[in-house]
Design a protein around this ligand. Structure first.
Ligand code: LMR
Length: 390
């Protein structure tokens, strides 16, 4: 067999671990780090774990779809109270957001008979792999205009108007990965019109809720789609906003037109899960539901989430200031407009390579920088390294 290519994101972290140089900086994988460069367990997660440990009475299997308290509260974060209580949503626990995307792809391909999925250009590289693995043909729609440093909505619209009825369209709910450039409300409304007219199926990747402008604001794009009456598939991840990366905590929520359809959707989703991972692990979902169902823990968690978002915003300023101080002559102020963990720097693959080889600064090959990995201690060195490769 031929050797497999290293993963463009997680493969870099393997290379980073093997790098013996002191002062190396990993700004590749999207993991939040605090000002000291650590990725600690959130205090509210620790508190929830203590409650779970003392109250846990069994390790028997969960239902195929997971714990209903967890999946319902996860759906509530995305869709709000009214739809969550409407009976129109089938939601199931998946191993992380990746597991939700994989299941969404299987559902689209094998249950609905979808043949093509449209992906933003650029997008998270794993989207191609996930949807290719289930037999969907990936098509690209223009998304990020590298010159204007913003969304190319005219290009996106033109491409999707040429999509075939029944195609799926992968959308990023907020904090577009990798560009950090999001649709505004008018663009979401226009998009809802195209999806409805062309009879396209939206699959929404929602991995960064709370990292853009806040929990509710970040859900506005999805809410525009649901208010337009569309059926929507949403893939939620709690890796980032609860810091539960290694617990693999995701939810696939499928919004149907009515409760009867939702019940059949749920049956099909369970059949797919049964032949894949059979039923989900309990611990991560229990943490999320324990926090979301406790007024006190929920309020404290929102404070922790707000702190993460504020620290990232502060590091964006430090990055832009630091690049100027390091002598970079280009205007990098566009980095301040980007949302979420990442900054899309515009660095070329060659510059990224020199950054890694000569300066031990690891960023993703498409120029994506994990701003959440910058700290007061490493930012000036990173800026000097970037200025040196420009
Ligand atoms: C990322 O984009 O860095 C994260 O979503 C982690 C991953 O699995 O790639």
């Amino acid at each position: 067999m031929p050797a497999a290519a290293a993963d463009p994101i997680l493969g870099l972290t393997d290379a980073f671990r093997a790098d013996a140089r002191t002062g190396k900086v990993n700004l590749s994988v999207g993991v939040y780090q605090d000002a000291e460069g650590a990725s600690p367990v959130l205090a509210t997660v620790k508190a929830a774990e203590r409650l779970i440990l003392s109250g846990e009475s069994t390790k028997a299997y969960l239902p195929i779809s997971g714990d209903g308290a967890y999946t319902r509260e996860a759906a509530r974060l995305v869709f709000g109270d009214a739809l969550t209580e409407s009976g129109r949503i089938a939601s199931v626990h998946t191993p992380g957001g990746t597991g939700a995307l994989r299941l969404a792809g299987e559902f689209a391909r094998h249950v609905l008979g979808v043949k093509q999925v449209w992906l933003s250009q650029p997008t998270w590289p794993n989207h191609q792999g996930i949807f290719g693995a289930v037999g969907l043909e990936a098509k690209g729609y223009p998304y990020y205009d590298a010159t204007a440093k913003n969304v190319n909505f005219a290009g996106m619209r033109a491409a999707l108007e040429g999509a075939s009825p029944g195609d799926a369209v992968l959308l990023h709910a907020c904090c577009h990965n990798p560009s950090g450039a999001d649709l505004d409300t008018d663009q979401w409304s226009a998009l809802a019109g195209i999806l409805g007219e062309r009879r396209l199926l939206p699959i929404v990747d929602f991995a960064y809720q709370g990292f853009g402008d806040g929990l509710e604001t970040d859900a506005q794009g999805v809410r525009v789609l649901t208010e337009a009456g569309l059926e929507v598939i949403v893939c939620s991840s709690f890796s980032k906003n609860f810091g539960l990366y290694r617990e693999r905590v995701g939810v696939l929520s499928l919004l149907a037109q009515n409760a009867d359809d939702a019940a059949r959707v749920m049956g099909q989703a369970k059949a797919l899960i049964r032949t894949n991972f059979s039923n989900p692990p309990a611990h991560g979902g229990a943490i999320v539901s324990t926090i979301l169902l406790s007024d006190e823990l929920r309020a404290r968690w929102i404070v922790e989430l707000d702190e993460m978002r504020a620290r990232i915003a502060g590091m964006r300023f430090a990055l832009v200031d630091g690049l100027r101080a390091a002598g970079a002559t280009q205007d990098f102020s566009f980095l301040l407009e980007q949302k979420g963990m990442f900054s899309f720097s515009g660095l070329t693959p060659e510059q990224v390579k020199i950054l890694r080889e000569a300066h031990a600064v690891y960023i993703v090959g498409n120029g994506r920088i994990n701003v959440a990995g910058l700290t007061p201690a490493n930012v000036s060195g990173v800026c000097a390294a970037i200025a040196a490769v420009l």
